[in-house]
Design a protein around this ligand. Sequence first.
Ligand SMILES: [Zn+2]
Ligand SMILES: [Zn+2]
Length: 92
Amino acid sequence: MRLTFDKLPLYPNLHRCKLCGKVVTHIRNHYHVHFPGRFECPLCRATYTRSDNLRTHCKFKHPLFNPDTRKFDLQTEVIDLNSSVNNVDKSS
Ligand SMILES: [Zn+2]
Ligand SMILES: [Zn+2]
């Protein structure tokens, strides 16, 4: 999925779509504009055709990661994702 987007160096939360040039904040949402029906795990890039399959995958493979919010549910584990995920949610 990330291959489809360029990061904007000055704006770490923004990504430019290589396919249409649009700058978006939620690459997963925009990804579906071009590739409907594909759900990619942002952590290991496994792809699924159904969102519930991806949720199941994350539940077992990455139990701290919430694929819906793209955030980690707990603050006890810090995972380096090439600085692409810098929004660890400590409030939950
Ligand atoms: Zn696009
Ligand atoms: Zn995964």
